[in-house]
Design a protein around this ligand. Sequence first.
Ligand code: PRP
Length: 179
Amino acid sequence: MPPEIEKVLISEKEIADRVAELAAAIDRDYAGREILLVGVLKGAVMIMADLARALSTPVSMDFMAVSSYGSATSSSGVVRILKDLDRDVVDKHILFVEDIIDSGLTLSWLLRNMNSRGPASVEVCALLRKPDAMKVELPVKYVGFDIASEFVVGYGLDYAERYRDLPFVGLLKPEVYAT
Ligand code: PRP
């Protein structure tokens, strides 16, 4: 474990077990249908890869990259699309896949944007959610873990582009981001 990590918040095994439970719930809900998984880069790469493999439901995968205007640490709610979907989504069952919902502003904008494209349905699956940090009401059907409003890294989540590759979700020592 890197010395900058204070402690493991959610272990690799806990993540794998929860992803399996989420996949089972999604399989039940989407029986007989196909899903277009839409990963929001870059944080969603790990949950996207693991969830896709845990699902029995047939899926296609696409990705969006977005950037929020405003400060680097808190999103403003105004989103710019850096990479859009490759195909149209008319009559598709969209499942957004996210690593974390913090203020909720990114997803709130993405949901409005996607719903305007004529899909059959749009739902959200997020590994992590910070209920205390949320600034908007969001219909999030599948949530892995609700966590406190702490700075977490690993399993896709970065600090200054590092630690995304850690197999667990951990807390960074405060001195790392205080400097
Ligand atoms: C993170 C995360 C969500 C967003 C959530 O992405 O993956 O997309 O922030 O924040 P919000 O709920 O406050 O809008 P980030 O912008 O850090 O980019 P990254 O995934 O490339 O790290």
